[in-house]
Design a protein around this ligand. Sequence first.
Ligand code: SER
Length: 322
Amino acid sequence: MRNDENIMVTGATGQIGSELVMSLRERLGGSKVVALGHRREPPESIARSGPFERGDVTIFSELKEIVERHDVSQIYHLAAVLSAVGEKEPQRAWDMNMRGLQNVLELARANKTKVFWPSSIAVFGRGYPRDLTPQETVLLPTTMYGVTKVAGELLCDYYNRKYGVDVRSVRFPGIISADTPPGGGTTDYAVAIFYEAIRHKHYECFVRPDTVLPMVYMPDCLEAILGIMGVEPSSIRRRDAYNLNSMSFSVSELVKAIQRFVPSLEVSFNPDFRQDIADSWPRSLDDRAARHDWGWCPKYDLAAMTKDMIAELTRKHELGQL
Ligand code: SER
């Protein structure tokens, strides 16, 4: 990454955005990374370390004005409605996820901007193998969020072929992190359980104990983003999105891993509509293309991630920040 470039991160107050902004600012300098949020107040760390703009990604003129004023040459477009909220508000999910992405790709076409956009395991739904899900298989999602991710992948591929837009994407599994909690996703239980283990020693889980989903820890998630954005365009042989695999575990296995540190943790189960979503997603993925093309190589497994999460959240709890 050249340090004469200006970067914009949309969804900058969200789970990935808040950490990606700080990571990019550490590498490039605060003034080089514009954080774009919409409704939520930015955390102090983001507000103090560089430019923060408010804007609606679904309004082209707003986005264009900010991109041009800051002379942005790379956009990390993370603003989105996730799967569970998307089932409650499918029209908002479609508008936000599709209009936002198309606006970003249109700006990228006009200004020769490089783009990162996250796809998701939600592109899968029916009629595909749930274990070691192939890179290329049936994409029949069961959620509006998944529909927007499949359509988004196709749109990215189209803008690359038709206009040469340098857009890069991965299919993220659930993301676990200790900084900003996710909101409105199906995989959120794997984060919430840590917070509740530290705060209340009890968690009511909205999926069954035998539910297995693929997950990735935030440091590896950031490595994926910086890794795929850091290689030469010729290395990126797919312009839809790469499968990523890191760790997979059932809720029971996660509970046991946390109980090593918090033996008194109790978990009860009350599955809701998110169970069906979880049951439609892969348990693990074949990510050989990502490993081969741009060197994807995650470092954290369940044990290492759990140890780190507990240490981080315990520290925050002691400081009164939880
Ligand atoms: N974590 C997302 C969700 O649960 C999946 O991409 O909606």
